[in-house]
Design a binder for this molecule. Structure first.
Ligand SMILES: O=c1ccn([C@@H]2O[C@H](COP(=O)(O)OP(=O)(O)O[C@H]3OC[C@@H](O)[C@H](O)[C@H]3O)[C@@H](O)[C@H]2O)c(=O)[nH]1
Length: 450
């Protein structure tokens, strides 16, 4: 396993490793040392899953010692990817020694070149929604070679794209302009890198299910002329560990379903004004809240960014975490009634599998498409309306929370009914296990071929 050095990528690769190990397969997981510290407790089969740490070289422009995407603003990812590329020799040496049957990778487009030398099959494993690959990362997208792609070009889906609902509207396409920006050495763009990683693999795998994204998966298969295997969402059955004691006892102090929990994943640093506006929105909603956000841009800490007098005003009813929280365990807590999140692909599945009402504030391109899947296709969530300038106001956030938390409101009740239905059908262990069993069979079939 060789995922991109970001939590939202490494975690699902490890969940998949656990499922493969459960079925008796041996896995070597390549990752930076710092990521090991964050991930190792999620390894449920240490006798079968071995972590192999890589030395991450320094790249000019990155803070010294940077190894993972969660340590840097997203604007520096194009430098971290150079560091990843420069681990190529270490990766090649490991592959040559281990000689696995398969390598699963996502960002390292060069993997097929080195794997072929040792007769190893390559699977490009996409851990974001199939819709986001289908809308921007296919040959039909025609990204110009001599200039940046425009917002207008990106607003139109590529020819043959299978949905009119899961599309980018208004200014949303802006968040995907980065696909034609440099991402790695040698003038390579994000689009070049990702499409090459997909094109040169032996097969494509996607962390999704046909029941939600079948048409997008078929479209990707046709675009690349390749087999597309699905792993399902690959969520751990149970949240591991125990909720941190202080937080647990704070949550115990509230009645069931009354607390609003908010987390925006590992990559988002808001602007300070937006950060403050969101906090004021939680206060305005009148519900107790637990917020886990990173310090906004330009601030060293969360404390320094709080609105004036905020901590005193919300004492006892509002907690603003100073760092990473145990999202899965919090989502299991009965006091939590609503989950406000960014709809990263991990959080999308985790919120769908929870029994909490879902309020979405997407930021990045794939998060906007995930949001369309939950809001427009499945009808299990609401999205907070943004102003014309892209701003989320405290009034709109509070309105969306109230809509979801008010037991008498028709919209909230409808969303809840849909959510229960989807959770039951998608969350059944038969469905999840069926996906993994078929995936293993798919791998064995390619192993036999050629
Ligand atoms: O405080 C936290 C925040 C997050 N988490 C966990 O970290 C994971 C975050 O994954 P997400 O995919 O939701 O979000 P990230 O922002 O980290 O992901 C990244 O890769 C996946 C893409 O869809 C996202 O657009 C990209 O930002 C989840 O499993 C969540 O449970 C915590 O355990 N604690």
């Amino acid at each position: 396993m060789f995922p991109w050095f970001a939590t939202g990528h490494m975690t699902p690769f490890l969940h998949l490793s656990n499922e493969l190990a459960k079925r008796g397969h041996k896995i070597t997981f390549l990752l930076p040392h710092k990521a090991l510290l964050q991930l190792q407790h999620l390894n449920h089969y240490p006798h079968l899953i071995t972590f192999h740490t890589l030395t991450i070289p320094h790249v000019q422009g990155l803070p010294h010692g940077t190894e993972t995407a969660s340590e840097i603003p997203i604007s520096l990812n194009h430098l971290l990817v150079i560091a990843m590329d420069r681990t190529r020799d270490q990766v090649e040496q490991t592959l040559g020694t281990m000689k696995p049957d398969f390598v699963l990778y996502d960002t390292a487009y060069w993997m097929p070149q080195i794997a072929k030398k040792f007769g190893i099959k390559t699977i490009c494993y996409t851990v974001v929604c199939a819709a986001s690959t289908a809308i921007v990362l296919v040959p039909a997208r025609n990204v110009p070679k001599d200039r940046l792609i425009s917002e207008e070009e990106l607003s139109n889906p590529p020819q043959g794209y299978p949905s009119s609902k899961v599309v980018l509207k208004g200014t949303e396409a802006r968040s995907l302009l980065f696909i034609s920006l440099p991402f790695g050495e040698g003038n390579m763009t994000f689009y070049d890198r990702t499409t090459r990683a997909l094109r040169e693999s032996d097969a494509i795998a996607i962390r999704t299910i046909r029941e939600i994204e079948g048409s997008f998966c078929d479209y990707i298969g046709t675009q690349y002329g390749k087999k597309v295997f699905l792993t399902g969402p690959v969520l751990p059955n149970e949240a591991v560990g125990k909720l941190e004691e202080n937080l647990g006892s704070w949550l115990e102090g509230f009645s069931p379903g009354s607390v609003v929990f908010c987390a925006f994943g590992s990559q988002i640093n808001l602007e300070k004004e937006q950060f403050q506006e969101l906090l004021l929105g939680f206060e305005l909603s009148g519900f107790p809240f637990l917020v886990a956000l990173k310090a906004p841009n330009g601030c060293e800490s969360v404390e320094e960014a709080l609105p004036e007098g905020f901590e005193e005003r919300v004492k006892g009813i509002g907690v603003i975490s100073r760092g990473w929280v145990q999202q899965l365990l919090i989502l299991k807590h009965s006091s939590v009634g609503c989950f406000v999140n960014h709809c990263g692909f991990g959080s999308m599945w985790e919120s769908l599998m929870s029994d909490k009402q879902i309020v979405l504030v997407p930021h990045l391109g794939d998060q906007m498409l995930n949001t369309k899947l939950l809001v427009e296709e499945l009808g299990v969530a609401v999205e907070v309306e943004r102003g014309e300038n892209g701003w989320v106001s405290k009034e709109e956030l509070s309105k969306a929370i109230k809509l979801m938390m008010d037991g008498d409101c028709e919209v909230g009740a409808k969303v809840k009914r849909n959510h229960i239905m989807w959770k039951e059908s998608v969350g059944s262990s038969n469905l999840m296990n069926g996906y993994i069993d078929r995936f293993v069979q798919n791998l064995q079939d390619i192993c036999m071929s050629k």
